[in-house]
Design a protein around this ligand. Structure first.
Ligand code: CA2
Length: 148
């Protein structure tokens, strides 16, 4: 059976494509989902993709991944820099977690340099726009394969 990956997106990422294209690009979140789906299929992975502006809904989705998924990618949006609840949920997972950002958070304001997500992630990919998600899919696929 193919491995199943969950891609979790946090607050305001549903607004992609509408504002700040110089930072986040012109693609919508639906465009990114379609790209990821195609790339995941090439890697032989099944993929689920979700977005929420609600911290608790993100925590619940992460908890469910323990049962249904073999790997998780997360762009927690601004919760990256604030959410101990999301970090704790990720720390409970035994599957590989990759942190993803469209922008290079280290080139931006100082408050974006701290990530609670990184403390629970196997790796971090940022600064490649939607390509960050594609690179992270490659990374998680390699991690899953190395465990098989
Ligand atoms: O670079 C990333 O992917 C971020 O996770 C995006 C978050 C930001 O708070 C993180 O520091 C880095 C913000 C997502 C907001 O998305 C927008 C979409 C359209 C217009 C404005 C913001």
């Amino acid at each position: 059976m193919p491995a199943r990956i969950l891609i979790v997106n946090g607050p305001n990422l549903n607004m992609l494509g509408s504002r700040e294209p110089e930072i986040y690009g012109k693609e919508t979140l639906a465009d990114i989902e379609a790209k990821c789906k195609e790339h995941a299929a090439q890697l032989g992975l099944e993929m689920d993709f979700m977005q929420s502006n609600v911290e608790g809904e993100l925590v619940t989705a992460i908890q469910r991944a323990a049962k249904d998924h073999q790997g998780l990618l997360i762009n927690a949006g601004a919760y990256t820099h604030t959410s101990i609840a999301i970090m704790d949920a990720l720390l409970l997972l035994k599957i590989p977690v990759i942190e993803v950002h469209l922008s290079n958070i280290f080139k931006r304001e100082a408050f974006r340099h701290e990530s609670f997500i990184s403390k629970a992630a196997k790796g971090v990919i940022c600064g490649f726009g939607s390509g960050s998600y594609i690179l992270a899919l490659d990374g998680v696929a390699a991690l899953i394969k190395s465990k098989e």
